[in-house]
Structures are given as structure tokens and as C-alpha cells.
Design a protein around this ligand. Sequence first.
Ligand code: AMP
Ligand code: GLY
Length: 420
Amino acid sequence: MSLRVLVLGSGAREHALAWAIARSPRCGALCVAPGNGGTAGLADNVGLDPADASAVVRFARGNAIDLVVIGPEAPLVAGVADALRSAGVPCYGPSAAAARIEGSKAFARSVMERAGVPHAPGAAFDDPAVAEAYLRTAPEPPVVKADGLAAGKGVRVPRTRAAAVRAVRAAMVRREFGDAGRTVVLERRLVGQEVSAHALCSATNAVLLPFARDYKRLRAGDRGPNTGGMGVYSPPPFATPELATFVLERVVRPTLAELAARGAPYVGTLYPGLMLTDAGPHVLEFNCRFGDPETQVLVPRLTGDLLNALHGAARGTLPSDLEVRPEAAVGVVLAAPGYPTDPRTGGEIVGLDEVDPDVLIFHAGTRRDGRRLVTSGGRVLTVVATGSTVAEARRRVYANVRRVRFPGRQFRIDIGLEAV
Ligand code: AMP
Ligand code: GLY
């Protein structure tokens, strides 16, 4: 039976998901809401707000949609998956109750504590005076995290106690992140290698996808401000089979069991961000969705049918495995000038027709303007190449990045270099 699919979101992650879904022999019709200049060539872009639950339900029912795949965290935390399920529309993405694993860092800590999942020692506070008192006696300045969603900006890793106090006051007193900073988590700073894990989950079943490593800082050498992600590669050299077993058995399964025991069974992608420390892997955070830009390098490495897996997960029949090809993939994000603070958009993008045929371009901030393609957001495109090694994928991706041009484009030259 062919499936009519709706993907919610507008980033390169959603373009990559739509690309993988469109390749499935089971894909009958594909819509992306609201989509972008890249999904327009692959699917029907629909002018729907992903956070407007009743509009999404109306569209899904009116268009006989068989599966909704929710890309970003905000609609998940707001309960769009719940609205779809109660209207009888199968959905890949957790309920609001289960999405709290990302929506509240205090909740995630309580789940990890109960489930025995390794994480940094720390505590949650809702009184700034109590938080400051804790901070003054902590052996070293702790990491300061706004409890709620803060568009990836809610975490500070202060070098001094004074900076930590400032971060607490900014979140809790000045409400720099709005209500997301009403509660703050303080936790020990962990040291090690960071890696992203992704598991497709259906209640207590899970399939682990390959590991990936993303780069959050704007400039090479991990300098400059934090961004939504400037590049990614997979697999990282430290992603061993032992690490995969650890993540599945000591992180993903206990978390799923604890959520199910709390009456919030998890259906969707569970993405733990991990720090590989001398004392073993520790969870830094949970995300309730696919990573961006991780998805852009994960989907080209999957040979299995992603649509089949997502549809199965939504209906309680997640396949036990998803085939992965051994080749590596490297993704480089091209960003607009001024990104991340003050991106300038409207520049014409040229050279897309010059890239090698097997190189993938996933759009984020792009828009069609007549026959031209122009930038319309901070992160504009992710260019992805595969190769038999990370080194080869890296060579190929940068040879092609050079051909894709728009005024003032920014990109990092060191994506995947650590693995070469
Ligand atoms: P999050 O938004 O929770 O992913 O945190 C953003 C970034 O902050 C992570 O990718 C890490 O680089 C850093 N971070 C979070 N928690 C810790 C921690 N306990 N120790 C060191 N770095 C951390
Ligand atoms: N790669 C970071 C994120 O998706 O949150």
C-alpha cells in the first residue's frame, strides 16, 4: 500500500527527511509544511504552521495523510503529535508528555536518575538565591542550563564562578530565555569528546542509527559564537560497536522503560547528546527529534527504507534493524553573512548545477524568487558528500562547496578534519 506523508518543518533536516522518504517505494504522495526552496522540487510545500495543531490535523484528515513526521521540537513539546493521534492520524514524534525529555532539563534529569542513566552530577533550582548558594560551594563553576526550550541558546559553560552567577541571574531574574529560565539546572562540567546518538523508538523498541559528530561553533577550531550547527560527519572514529551497545542498553532502553512506566511511552527519535569522558559516556542532554545537521549525513548512509521504519514505529511495528552503508558522509553548512546574530538574506545562490551528481544539497534558508534561488535565513544550505573514508568524503564535499556561491557565505573549513 502506498503512503501519503506529511513532514512538518522547514530546515535542511526536513529536506533530508523528505529526500529519504521520497526514495521509498512506499511513498505515494509527499507534502512538507511549510518546507523551503529545496523541498519545493521534491514534494508539495504546504503553507501550514507546524505549531498550529488544529490546522495540521485539518490538513492531514482532509488530505488522507497516512503518516505525519514532525521535524522540530517546538510542535512536539506543544502537543501536535497528541492532537494528530487523537484524530486518528499516525504520527512519528513523541507526545507532549514524552517530549518533556527535551522540553525540561529538570525532567530529563529526574528520568535519568530513576533509570540509572549516566549523567553529570547536579541539581535543578527554582529559587535564584538557592541556586547562587549552591554555586558558591560547588568545587568548580558548574554548567548553567535554562530548564526549558531556548532555541539551543539556553546552556552556558562558564569559566569562573562570577560568570556562573551572571548566567543564573540572566536566566532566572532577567528572564533572558523567558519562562524557559524560570527553573535552572546546575551541573558539573564534563570533559571529553562529544557525539550525537539517534534511536528510532516505538514505546520500548529501539533501533540505533549511526553516530555523528556536529560542530556548533561558527568558526574553524571551535572558535566564535554558538550556532545551530555548522557541519557534521559520520561515523566518528570513536564510535565503536561497544559504544553502540552501551548507548542502547544503558541509555536508550532504560530511558524508554522509565518513560513508559510514567505513562508517557515514547514514539519518535530519541537523540541523546553524549560526552565520552574518562569515566565512560555521559548524557549531556536529550533531544526529542532528529538532529540538525546530523540528519543530513545520516540519511545518505541508510540503505534501509526510512519511511517503512518511521511508519512502523508510529504503528507499533518498528523493524528490528535498518541497514547502514559503511561509507562515510561529511556535511558542510553554508550560512548567510552576519549569521548567527544578524543574518543578511536575499543574496542570489548560484552554482547548484555545477555540483557532482551524487553530492546532496539540503536547503534550509532558501526561497524561489521567480527563476532565481535566494537566501532567506541564517543557515542556507548543507552540502553533503559521501566517500569510502571520512577523508575522501571531506575532499569531495569541499570540492563541491566551492562551486555553490552566494554573497558573503560563511562555512567552516575543518569539518571532519579530526577524523583524518
Ligand atoms: P545542550 O543544549 O544541553 O546540548 O548543551 C549545549 C552544549 O553545552 C553541549 O553540546 C555541550 O557542548 C555543552 N554542555 C552541556 N552540558 C555540559 C556539561 N555537563 N559539561 C560540559 N559541557 C556541557
Ligand atoms: N545538532 C544539534 C541539534 O540538533 O540540537
